[in-house]
Design a protein around this ligand. Structure first.
Ligand SMILES: Cc1cc2nc3c(=O)[nH]c(=O)nc-3n(C[C@H](O)[C@H](O)[C@H](O)COP(=O)(O)OP(=O)(O)OC[C@H]3O[C@@H](n4cnc5c(N)ncnc54)[C@H](O)[C@@H]3O)c2cc1C
Length: 418
């Protein structure tokens, strides 16, 4: 019997896991990537697999922060003041999703994909021998302000409702666990059930593993359109090729809205620019990932390097490295480390998180082209939701029973909100 074929547009972590699960189901798979495989947001991120991040950013407090940040260029959240109707509408919809029931709806949808991915990761890493510095050792949230630390108890209680273990630590307990943290911090929260890995190594290993299993990965090939008849796509076009398939998946991260016309639906994803700095072989650093809460800085340790990451900037697709924002990242971390002198800088990076206004990804069929699916908009959690998303998309395309309820990720929610 002839193998069914699929083309995946976008070689990020989402496209990679979709390819993996489609190959497992016997599909012939091609990935078409406009740049280098793994060079988008999936490259220099913080590498955290965090099933505890069930709650979306939506809250009246974060809206207020966004408006204040227009005036402060080095604030953790920055909105570049400009006339952009899509961004304006995005913020309006964000504001409308700050109610308790919307937050809970989003949290349930996020939890399902986060938990499924967290359960799948160790099996995939072991079975496919992915060389990616995988470690399941928990993560810490550290606080300078007693008020913020205490306020987090409420969130801790709400998170436990999802079956997630969260332990509140006072200063003494925090420093006993991580002696490299600054002695004047007031306390922290430990989430023992999280993991981390090196995203660059993951993407390189997945490239090798997918090609070895028979996938074709085309790089430097931007998809510019579809050829379709009777609402079915026949092929995708790049500058040099036309690639035919039975099914297609648009997994183009923050760039997905560029295809909204052909998909037949508004795709409200905004690029949320973030930065990271990687230093070589730092010694006096926390042994497990840490969130420095008030500064929104994350640190991740690997055997031979250490990364600081964070900041959220809504400035379109401006891919310049803003020195002021990079400096703010290191300044933010300095306040939480006993010895802030880190090693030599190995890499400075920025990437575009695919941000939806309700914190939920989009996993659904295109309303116009019946054999084209969309899998994008994973916000700040694409790495943490990769395996669950890949499995769900492969099940949907293969017309099998989905392992998680796909309804929260439907495109219909944007059609309703128009
Ligand atoms: C600073 C920072 C830290 C982060 N830390 C974490 C973390 O610790 N844990 C976590 O879970 N998430 C984290 N994230 C978020 C995570 O990186 C993203 O959610 C995830 O990488 C999105 O994956 P993706 O495959 O959808 O997008 P991408 O990785 O951006 O991939 C999309 C790909 O599609 C390609 N493409 C676009 N248009 C076309 C086209 N027309 N034709 C062909 N190819 C196309 C792009 O070139 C790109 O390579 C972080 C993000 C940032 C910026």
């Amino acid at each position: 019997m002839k193998k069914r074929s699929a083309v995946i547009i976008g070689g990020g972590v989402i496209g990679a896991f979709i390819a993996y699960f489609l190959l497992q189901k016997g599909w012939q798979v091609s990935i078409v990537e406009k740049d280098r495989f793994g060079s988008g947001s999936s490259e220099g991120n913080c590498g955290l697999i965090v099933p505890n991040h069930v709650f979306p950013l939506n809250s009246p407090g974060s809206l207020l922060k966004a408006f204040r940040s227009m005036l402060t260029r080095d604030a953790p959240l920055h909105v570049k003041p400009r006339l952009d109707l899509d961004l304006f509408q995005w913020f309006i919809q964000f504001a409308l999703k700050c109610g308790q029931s919307d937050i809970l709806f989003s949290a349930r949808g996020r939890h399902a994909l986060l938990q499924s991915s967290f359960d799948l990761y160790p099996f995939i890493v072991e079975r496919e021998e992915l060389d990616c510095d995988w470690e399941k050792g928990g993560s810490l949230h550290a606080f300078r302000s007693e008020k913020e630390w205490r306020a987090c108890a409420e969130e801790g209680a709400a998170i436990r409702e999802f079956g997630i273990v969260a332990e509140q630590l006072d200063r003494r307990q925090l420093l006993r666990l991580e002696p490299s943290l600054a002695p004047d911090l007031c306390g922290g929260w430990l989430y023992p059930q999280t993991a981390h890995l090196c995203p660059e190594k993951l993407m390189a290993s997945m490239h090798g593993m997918l090609t070895q299993k028979g996938a074709t990965i085309l790089e430097n090939a931007e998809v510019t359109g579809f050829d379709a008849t009777n609402n079915y796509a026949q092929s995708v076009r790049t500058a040099d090729a036309t690639i035919a398939a039975d099914a297609f998946v648009v997994a183009a991260g923050a760039w997905t809205p560029r295809m909204q016309k052909v998909l037949g639906c508004r795709i409200p994803i905004q690029p949320g620019k973030g930065y990271s700095i990687t230093v070589a072989g730092a010694e006096q650093v926390p042994a497990r990932p840490c969130f420095f809460e008030e500064k929104s800085v994350v640190t991740t340790p690997w055997p031979d390097s250490f990364r600081l990451g964070g900041t959220m900037e809504f400035s379109g697709f401006d891919d310049s490295l803003d020195r002021e924002r990079l400096a703010a990242l290191s300044r933010g971390a300095d306040q939480y480390l006993a010895d802030p002198s880190l090693g030599a800088v190995e890499k400075e990076w920025c990437g575009f998180r695919p941000m939806t206004y309700d914190g939920l990804p989009i996993i659904d069929w295109s309303p116009r082209l019946r054999n084209v699916a969309v899998a994008a908009g994973h916000n700040m959690l694409g790495l943490s939701m990769g395996p669950g998303t890949g499995k769900l998309v492969a099940e949907t395309i293969s017309q099998e029973e989905p392992h998680v309820d796909p309804r929260p990720y439907s495109l219909q929610r944007f059609i309703r909100n128009r």
